[in-house]
Design a protein around this ligand. Structure first.
Ligand SMILES: NC(=O)c1ccc[n+]([C@@H]2O[C@H](COP(=O)([O-])OP(=O)(O)OC[C@H]3O[C@@H](n4cnc5c(N)ncnc54)[C@H](OP(=O)(O)O)[C@@H]3O)[C@@H](O)[C@H]2O)c1
Length: 245
């Protein structure tokens, strides 16, 4: 299989961090361009880190994101950490603006988008998060990409301890062992989700069409890897050079 070049957003975060590590270790991926507000302070021969502060204007990124085969978009934030207006700006406007520039620079790229369970493309949901994720999904589908892969995880289990965004996530983390047993289709591990996002862009390379993966679909994907067909590859648990715990 030809080597791929992938651009990632949100690599300084939880899901994006796992996706980045997995991509750097994956033999099919030759180049990773990670775009974010701060450098991760890691070095790897496949990695280009590009600093960008204001995602309301991504025009200056046009050159560095040209010639890529796919984008893994994990940039996002949580309800309650910012006001609703800013949540919408980050969730909808930043996604659309980056997609605009990516499509202009890499017209044949596929787009894997980290959305969330309950995302509502009709705009009728009473939950702002669901409306905004749905709005971003709809805009991506209309943007003209060869393929858009939408991932709608339910509760993402952090795997490694982190500063939780709000009280409900602290609570979920505590009750996770019981919750997982009672509602297995309402949880997904962060590293498994990241692997699924990357694997889809590799397996579906060259195909056209949009796909939505609900939490149960993502679980099915990670629970039944078919390495011979898919090129699935174990998630890297080791840290990168210079990466801080
Ligand atoms: N946890 C769950 O159960 C769950 C479930 C469904 C969906 N989700 C969604 O999954 C997504 C990612 O989750 P996560 O836990 O990986 O998030 P995270 O650890 O908080 O990482 C978020 C990433 O987005 C970037 N980002 C946030 N605000 C930004 C801004 N204003 N400008 C530029 N970059 C910005 C962060 O960059 P910096 O490092 O520069 O801040 C970081 O790279 C979120 O959209 C979340 O809503 C989560």
């Amino acid at each position: 299989m030809n080597q791929m070049r992938i651009v990632i957003l949100g690599a300084s975060g939880m899901v994006g961090g796992y996706a980045l590590r997995y991509m750097l270790d994956h033999p099919t991926i030759e180049r990773v361009t990670a775009i974010g507000r701060k450098k991760r302070g890691v070095s790897h021969p496949k990695l280009d880190e590009v600093l960008h502060q204001d995602f309301s204007d991504c025009s200056t990124l046009a050159r560095v994101i040209s010639g890529h085969d796919a984008c893994v978009f994990c940039l996002g934030t949580y309800t309650g950490t910012v006001r609703d207006a800013e949540l919408r700006t980050i969730t909808v406007d930043y996604t659309i603006e980056f997609a605009r520039v990516l499509h202009g620079s890499s017209p044949d790229a596929a787009f894997a988008f980290l959305s969330g369970a309950g995302a509502d493309q009709t705009g009728r949901s009473r939950m702002a998060f669901a409306r905004f994720k749905g709005e971003a999904e709809k805009a991506l589908i209309a943007a003209g990409f060869r393929s858009v892969y939408i991932f709608r995880p339910a509760y993402i289990y952090p795997v490694e301890p982190r500063k939780e965004p709000n009280f409900s996530y602290r609570l979920f983390r505590m009750i996770y062992p019981v919750f997982r047993t009672l509602f297995p289709n309402q949880v997904i591990q962060a590293d498994d989700l990241a692997r699924a996002m990357v694997d889809v862009t590799i397996r579906k390379r060259g195909e056209r069409g949009n796909l939505v993966f609900e939490n149960s679909d993502i679980r099915a994907m990670v629970e039944s890897p078919r390495p011979s067909e898919s090129g699935a590859h174990p998630v890297v648990s080791s840290r990168l050079d210079g990466e801080k715990k």
